[in-house]
Design a binder for this molecule. Structure first.
Ligand code: HAM
Length: 424
């Protein structure tokens, strides 16, 4: 084949788009119920935005970004995630001036140069929310409740919520040192990546997927025990809220998430219906990010859920059947002379709010009736020589198989009537 889609990308074909739309519509509806408003940011941003906010030593920034110099010599990156762009837009457009908490949601493609495998792509899609302007742990609970509600609404049950706190600039440096002290005796036994992490970003060692590193770090000091008073109170309050809302979770002291902007709450939603890439979604607090990006000190929290991964699980659980899209009316035209009146009829039906289709391949009547069946049309209108001569159309109910002549001028109202539920 001459051209193929780039490695790690997917074509989402018409058989799959109804399911994608169901996922997106479910998310939009829930966001509305929770008071979140949609925001759309550009596909690309200045590279520096991501480097600064996510951290230059993170996997995404150091190895996975789609970065290029544009014709004006600017360093540009295709967005590898949605949080930094939303926070940039929040600051640049002074959304803080609207007062209160800015509750924003987005549906966006993301780009990461990762090694493709099931559930991991170079262009993936996320559903996300960002709530900016409050450090109240009740907001953490709301954000997590929304993510869990989404999966429940979709019928996805084989999942668990994993929770941790990664501390703040007060307590994290202390923990970082404790972790270094712990790992120092065996640092040379860790994988190359973890040896680098030991120097630059030791918390990320906890996230290593290599068996050897996991074993060595199994008894690493507990970050929860190192939290400062404020972070601990926040974490306890969040846990109490989740308990009260009956949202089950497990605390995993090794959950650190991949980006530097996180503070306090970190969470992931994982499913064993996924393979090695078992995270359906994740998020957390980023109380220093707005300031990092140039705004006033402003706390925030959010999450992003992978659409492809949600769809893999829906298929795995047998929940992927989307309702077949059908047409209301099929217009069968017999002979060239009938083409124009058929086209006019088609237009009138569509303008009256119905879905209508006809044949453009000069099929026989039999062929057209087959097509009408395949499209699932409820009504077929036939226009042949006889009908043209008499100024009528044959209206056939595809369910009852009854058919009758209808005057051309009266076709649209009669079709509307025939499509009423009592005729179904
Ligand atoms: P993340 O954990 O990097 O967080 O991504 C969130 C979700 O996006 C993942 O759990 C996964 O489902 C999906 N995802 C990410 N990369 C890929 C990929 N290459 N292929 C398929 N799916 C993928 C963030 O992006 C943060 N911005 C989340 C956040 C929002 N934190 C605070 N606010």
């Amino acid at each position: 084949m001459r051209y193929q889609r780039p490695r790690g990308t997917n074509d989402i074909l018409p058989d799959d788009t109804p399911l994608w739309n169901r996922v997106e519509e479910t998310f939009r509806t829930l966001c509305k119920h929770y008071g979140y408003h949609e925001i759309r940011t550009p596909i690309f941003e200045d590279t520096d935005l991501f480097t600064r906010s996510m951290g230059e030593h993170t996997d995404v920034v150091s190895k996975e970004m789609y970065t290029f110099t544009d014709r004006g010599g600017r360093l540009i990156t295709l967005k590898p995630e949605g949080t930094a762009p939303v926070v940039r837009a929040y600051v640049e457009n002074n959304l803080a001036a609207q007062g209160g908490v800015s509750k924003l949601y987005y549906i966006t493609p993301i780009f990461r140069y990762e090694r493709p495998q099931a559930g991991r792509y170079r262009q993936a899609h996320q559903l996300g929310v960002e709530a900016i302007g409050s450090q109240h742990p009740a907001l953490d609970a709301e954000v997590i409740a929304l993510a869990m509600h989404f999966y429940r609404e979709m019928g996805i049950t084989r999942l668990s919520l994993v929770l941790n706190s990664v501390g703040c600039p007060v307590c994290r440096p202390v923990y970082r040192e404790r972790l270094r002290e712990f790992a120092k005796p065996f640092v040379h036994e860790l994988c190359d990546a973890c040896q680098t992490r030991f120097d630059l970003n030791p918390l990320r060692m906890l996230d290593c997927k290599r068996e050897r590193c996991r074993t060595l770090l199994h008894d690493a000091p507990d970050i929860i025990e190192s939290l400062c008073e404020e972070c601990r109170t926040h974490f306890d309050a969040l846990r109490a809220y989740l308990d009260a809302l009956q949202i089950p979770y497990v605390v995993d002291k090794h959950l650190v998430r991949g980006f530097d902007y996180y503070t306090k709450t970190a969470f992931e939603i994982v499913s064993d219906a996924l393979g090695a890439q078992n995270a359906l979604g994740g998020g957390g607090r980023y109380d220093g990010l707005v300031e990092e990006i140039g705004g006033p000190p402003t706390p925030g929290i959010g999450f992003a859920l992978g659409i492809e991964r949600a769809i893999i699980v829906l298929k795995e659980l047998g929940l992927a059947q989307a309702k077949r899209e059908t047409v209301d009316v099929f217009v069968a035209a017999l002979g060239e002379d009938a083409t124009l009146p058929a086209l006019q009829l088609l237009q009138a039906l569509r303008e009256a709010g119905m879905s209508a289709e006809m044949d453009y391949q000069r099929r026989s009547l039999k062929g057209q009736m087959k097509l009408a069946d395949r499209l699932g049309s409820r009504i077929t209108l036939m226009l042949g020589e006889e009908e043209l001569a008499q100024g009528v159309v044959t209206l056939r109910d595809m369910v009852t198989k009854e058919q009758r002549f209808v005057p051309v001028d009266d076709v649209v109202p009669q079709v509307i009537r025939a499509l009423q539920p009592e005729h179904a």
